[in-house]
Write a new protein. Structure first.
Length: 127
């Protein structure tokens, strides 16, 4: 689990940097890299961390997971047959802003978790 925390924050920074660099060639890459690349990575890590053991419980991670679940359930609700076009449009429009905020929130949580992992010294870590 410690390895996941090390990889998580560094991968998020890497995806963000690559998105910014690729925006030099085509501005759409920034949008696609940031929203789909970073968002997909964060969603995958949220699932892995939600079902794994938590040696470093961060209360913000639990709150983030509740918000993420709420966003997913809202998206599923917007796809129901009664007025899906109307609801889907406004859901996706709101997701542009909510998704960006949640991305930076998750990145700050990942940074705090990484700091906790680095600062912990267990007996089996010391050789």
């Amino acid at each position: 689990m410690k390895t996941l925390h090390h990889i998580d924050f560094l991968a998020q920074i890497g995806i963000l940097v690559l998105s910014l660099v690729s925006a030099i060639f085509d501005p759409y890459y920034l949008f696609f890299g940031f929203y789909f690349g970073l968002g997909g990575w964060q969603f995958l890590m949220a699932i892995l961390l939600a079902f794994g053991t938590r040696p470093h419980p961060v209360r913000a991670r639990h709150t983030y997971e509740k918000w993420l679940l709420g966003v997913v359930i809202t998206g599923i609700f917007c796809q129901l047959p009664f007025g899906a076009d109307f609801l889907t449009f406004y859901y996706l429009l709101a997701l542009l802003f909510v998704g960006g905020g949640m991305a930076f929130w998750n990145m700050s949580i990942a940074y705090r978790e990484l700091q906790m992992v680095k600062s912990e010294h267990e007996v089996w870590d010391i050789e």
